[in-house]
Every structure is written in structure tokens, then in C-alpha cells.
Design a protein around this ligand. Structure first.
Ligand code: SAM
Length: 345
């Protein structure tokens, strides 16, 4: 059973007047609610008992999360600090000294989390700002983009390193290699930086429940118009069902999101279920490990603001993932693209 209607092919070229964040929140809330209903039914069948309270509470919490004001979420919301403090020690078994120490540690953790959240509430993300080449490419026919990498260690005056990106593939159907990423994985699937949603649709085609999250209002509107469930916001904002996602996708360079792969991997570890799988598309060169500032350009002269980005190969990814307790369970290269599946150690 699928949660979203089949993707529609004929998109309007321009979008205006749609309350995409509100619509995205409504669609995502609906997605989570259906997921919770399904989980409840499955649990009840499996245990031959009624398990409604916790699931209903989860669903209610999830509803609260996704019906937030997205603008407020971006300015006041601190995703990673959720509930970690209360999970540490039952207060009944803590001495006064433990309390002081634990409270100090908690305060430090909250401070660190705030710092992380501030950092990732970056004013600019992939291709945004300036004359919005990413949004334009998603809506136009000329959708070849050029990613200019401005490397921090380069001598002043060094020309940017330029790589060409075919933005048309983000709006097209998932190809055979994209679809192969979903072979044997479970749902629900969260596609991080989903763009217009080709991988969400591919997951649905596999019979999996799938939600996308993306900061680009244009990408989100296109995905919503195609009947896909998408959250408009950052992966570093609060996401419904944190710690319960069976599969996370970071496809087509999205390990670069935020320009801090360690923080992104840590965030993914928090989102994954205990036996969940994180699928990452890595850089072709296994040793490649580059964090830099990018700008996106098109051939019409449109340029984005600068944004933090990263390119990480398989070996570097393995090293970085180990730091957050994730290990590779599969690595492969096909069609010139490299992939890794990570799970908890
Ligand atoms: C290279 S495109 C990849 C699109 C998609 N994964 C695909 O393969 O079709 C990168 C996407 O990541 C999104 N993105 C960038 N930063 C993000 C963040 N912090 N949270 C969620 N999405 C983000 C961008 O808006 C953009 O849609």
C-alpha cells in the first residue's frame, strides 16, 4: 500500500501563491498519522493485543512536530536537543552530587546542541540565494548547473574548481541505478534533501512508505504537486519519528549537506531506527575528503549565494561514520557512481 498518489508528470513551469510550508506540514502530518495507524494495526496483529496508547501518543507528538510554523522552526527550533537530558538517568536513583554533575553536563550538552543548530541554520543552502539558479533549474528547460568550489586552503586568486551538474536528473524519474539503492531496504524511508522527489516516488513504487525533507521551497512545491509527502525544512530541524526511520537516503552528493559530514552523519544516526540503514552516495574517489564553500551557477549568469558543501569518498566516509557508531554493511560502485550502506556497529 502506498501513501501518496502517483507522481504527476505535467508540472506548471512557475509556482506562485501556494502556501508550500503549510501544505507540506499538512501532508507530512497526514503521512505520519497513517504510518502510526499502520504500525498500531501491525503491532496489534503481531501481539494479538491492543497497543494503542503509546502509538497514539507518538502520533500526537509527531503531529505536533510537523504542524509547527516552519518559519518559527527555522529561527527558534533546536532539533538535536530533543529529550536527551531526560533519557540519561532516572532521577529517583541520583544523588544530589549526581544531580549537580548531571545538570552541568546537560547544560553543556544543550549549549553544544544550540551551537550546532545555529551553525546549521545556515542562511544559505545548496544553490539558494542570489538569483536562485537551483530553483530556476528545477523549473526551466536549461538545467545544466555549475558548482564552483572555493577551497579554504587555496591561495588567494586561485580559480574555483568547477563541476557540471545535470539538474534535469533531479526532476526526471529515478533511473535503474537510483532504484537499485532501494533493493531489500525497509520502510519508512526518509529521503534527505529530496529535491523534487524522484527517490520518494521510487520508494513508493517499491511499496515503501516514504517522506522527503528539503529546504528548497521550489523543490518542495514540485514534490507536493506530484502528490508526494515532503517536509519543507532542514534535516537539522526536528523531523517526525526521529529514531524510527528504517532507511535514510543521502543521494547524489547529499553527504555534502551543511558542509560538515560529521554533523550530518551524527544527525542521521539520531534519525535511524536501531536496525536502520543509511544509504549514502559517495564521491567516486574513495580517498576524496573535501569540505568547501560552493556557489552554484547556470549558463544564463545566475549565481547563488555561497553555501557550505562537502564531497566525501568511501574511505573517508567509513572513517567519519565510525565516529558516530555507524559501519559499512555494503559498498559498491556501478555506472561510475559509488555507494555505501551504513548501519549501527
Ligand atoms: C544535489 S540536490 C539532490 C536532489 C535529490 N537528492 C536527488 O538526487 O534528486 C541537493 C538537495 O539538498 C537540499 N538541501 C540542502 N541543504 C539541506 C538541508 N539542510 N536539509 C534538507 N535539504 C537540504 C537542496 O535544497 C537540494 O534540493
Amino acid at each position: 500500500m502506498t501513501l501518496a498518489s502517483p507522481r504527476q508528470r505535467d508540472q506548471p513551469a512557475e509556482w506562485s501563491g501556494t502556501d508550500a510550508p503549510g501544505e507540506a506540514d499538512r501532508v507530512a502530518a497526514d503521512f505520519v498519522s497513517r504510518l502510526a495507524d499502520r504500525t498500531t494495526a501491525a503491532n496489534a496483529t503481531a501481539a494479538n493485543t491492543t497497543v494503542t496508547n503509546a502509538t497514539a501518543a507518538n502520533a500526537a507528538a509527531a503531529h505536533t512536530t510537523v504542524t509547527r510554523n516552519p518559519t518559527a522552526a527555522r529561527t527558534t527550533h533546536v532539533g538535536p536537543i530533543t529529550d536527551r537530558s531526560t533519557a540519561e538517568h532516572p532521577s529517583s536513583v541520583r544523588s544530589a552530587a549526581d544531580h549537580t554533575q548531571a545538570d552541568r553536563m546537560q547544560a553543556q550538552r544543550v549549549q553544544a546542541d544550540h551551537a550546532t543548530a545555529e551553525r546549521f541554520r545556515c542562511p544559505t543552502t545548496f544553490g539558494a540565494g542570489g538569483s536562485e539558479p537551483y530553483a530556476q533549474a528545477l523549473q526551466g528547460a536549461d538545467n545544466v548547473l555549475y558548482l564552483h568550489g572555493h577551497h579554504p586552503d587555496a591561495d588567494p586568486g586561485t580559480p574555483a574548481q568547477v563541476s557540471t551538474m545535470q539538474a534535469g536528473r533531479w526532476s526526471a524519474d529515478a533511473d535503474a541505478i537510483d532504484r537499485s539503492l532501494l533493493a531489500g531496504v525497509g520502510g519508512p524511508v526518509l529521503d534527505i534533501g529530496c529535491g523534487p522527489g524522484r527517490m520518494i516516488q521510487a520508494a513508493i513504487d517499491e511499496g515503501l512508505d516514504a517522506l522527503g525533507v528539503d529546504v528548497s521551497p521550489t523543490a518542495v512545491r514540485i514534490a507536493l504537486a506530484a502528490g508526494l509527502a515532503v517536509l519543507e525544512g532542514s534535516v537539522f530541524d526536528t523531523i517526525p519519528q526521529e529514531g524510527s526511520w528504517a532507511t535514510l537516503l543521502l543521494v547524489d552528493g547529499n553527504i555534502g549537506i551543511g558542509g560538515d559530514p560529521d554533523a550530518l552523519l551524527d544527525r542521521c544516526a539520531a534519525l535511524l531506527s536501531a536496525d536502520g540503514i543509511l544509504v549514502v552516495e559517495a564521491h567516486r574517489d574513495p580517498e576524496h575528503d573535501l569540505v568547501y564553500v560552493g556557489t552554484l551557477h547556470d549558463s544564463a549568469g545566475n549565481a547563488s549565494d555561497a553555501f557550505p558543501w562537502a564531497e566525501i569518498g568511501v574511505s573517508a566516509l567509513r572513517r567519519r561514520a565510525a565516529k558516530v557508531g555507524l559501519v559499512p554493511v555494503a559498498e559498491w560502485t556501478t555506472g561510475g557512481r559509488s555507494f555505501v550502506r551504513l548501519a549501527r556497529a
